[in-house]
Design a protein around this ligand. Structure first.
Ligand code: FE2
Ligand code: FE2
Length: 405
């Protein structure tokens, strides 16, 4: 039986089935393992992970009554949080369709990736960062997000292990802008948030590549090295001309947590700015939905559910709620199986409810064959969502499905 318990209640001999946090929070390679080493227990308790799932069939159970939760309880809490966040649905904006924006977004993403690669190269060599060029890029990303945020955001998830760090910067930029808009931020303040997203991980250039992309468990020393990136980035940005306070703040504090268990300064509560709280949510969402060299990313809908499970102490509640509204419960690009057996990809959020998106049906899982593509508004059909499907399992081409061949 799976139980969620606090890290302080773990003992050697338990089977850790899942660590409740993103893989930037701990140095373990596997997240399921029998805990047999006392040093591993200390490492785990000193990490930013606060809770774990244990499997009492495969390892020891808790000896005394402790604070614990079952899967049903945790699932219900997460579901309730997501449903609360989903209502009311955000006001629809005047914008272009996903198909229309996708072609432009692909070009913009390629251009942005190249620009970020060269900026990171300059950073690696200790040169001044091309902030003016980055500022023009943020404007273009802002325009694309305003036309249709789903295009760039769904593309951003399709990273491969080699371009992860660069496209992660572009994705966090787009997410910060989309989230900022959702929270009513506009103009220069919105642009600052986008710039902060683009620059937040520049300090990773001070961490050796073989540590950053190590396909295995990090040693304590290596993990400490990775954790220097916020401060190293802050130093690089401080030395560059034209970087504003918001970018400096987000760079230094995007791994801080509202309960004070993050790094590097262990700030908590009011000491953490709104921008830093926004950065933390966007950063974790993009990291856990992306494929890494050592781990396949989660489907966006699953990632949101996990984040809702971890929410307490991990993220600012109102920022997380706004974030759910921003990407939707079923973000654009999510592959769904409907009760009818049809497979569909989410192409837009519905005006009625984020739980009933607009989808394009295109495949029958019952006959295992393509069907005539058709757009369906889930708020106006008898059919309903059965499950979120893993895009990798079905091997469909998201770009084709969303209209770009
Ligand atoms: Fe980071
Ligand atoms: Fe990051």
């Amino acid at each position: 039986m799976r139980k969620r318990i606090k890290v302080q209640d773990i003992v050697v001999g338990m089977y850790i089935d899942e660590l409740c946090g993103s893989w930037m929070d701990h140095p373990f390679w596997k997240t399921s393992f029998k805990l047999e080493d006392r040093n591993d227990l200390t490492t785990l308790q000193q990490s930013a992970i606060r809770e774990v799932w244990i499997d009492t069939v495969k390892g020891l159970d808790v000896a005394m009554p402790v604070e614990e939760a079952t899967e049903v309880e945790v699932g219900q809490q997460a579901e309730q949080l997501l449903r609360q966040a989903a209502m009311p649905a955000p006001k629809p904006e005047l914008r272009v369709s996903l198909e229309q924006e996708m072609a432009r977004a692909i070009k913009l993403q390629n251009k942005a990736k190249q620009a970020v690669i060269s900026m990171f190269e300059e950073a690696r060599m200790g040169k001044a960062l091309p902030i003016g060029e980055m500022s023009a890029l943020v404007d273009e990303i802002n325009e694309s997000v305003s036309r249709n945020s789903g295009a760039l955001l769904s593309l951003a998830r399709l990273k491969n292990k080699d371009d992860y760090t660069y496209l992660h910067s572009v994705a966090v930029c787009a997410l910060m802008i989309a989230l900022g808009k959702q929270m009513g931020i506009e103009g220069d303040a919105l642009k600052s948030l986008g710039m902060a997203g683009l620059l937040h991980d520049v300090g990773k250039m001070a961490v050796p590549d073989d540590v950053l992309n190590k396909p295995g468990r990090l040693t304590e020393q290596e993990f400490d090295m990775v954790k220097t990136h916020p401060r190293r980035g802050w130093e690089m940005l401080k030395a560059s001309f034209g970087v504003d306070e918001v970018a400096l703040d987000v760079c230094l504090h995007h791994h801080e947590r509202v309960d004070g268990t993050g790094y590097p300064e262990r700030l908590s509560g009011a000491a953490l700015s709104l921008a830093a709280r926004m950065g933390a949510v966007c950063d974790v969402y993009d990291a856990i939905t992306s494929n890494r060299c050592y781990k396949a990313g989660w489907a966006p809908a699953d990632a949101l559910r996990k984040m809702a499970e971890w929410q307490d102490g991990h993220f600012d509640e109102s920022v997380f709620q706004a974030f759910v509204k921003t990407v939707g419960i079923y973000p654009v690009g999510t592959l769904l199986k409907l009760k009818s057996g049809r497979l569909a990809v989410v192409t837009d959020q519905s005006k009625q409810s984020l739980l009933k998106p607009i989808v394009k049906v295109f495949f029958s899982s019952r006959s295992n064959a393509p069907i005539m593509p058709e757009f369906v508004d889930m708020s106006r059909t008898q059919d309903s969502i059965e499950s979120v499907e893993d895009m990798a399992k079905w091997d469909f081409d998201l770009k084709k499905l969303t209209g770009v061949c």
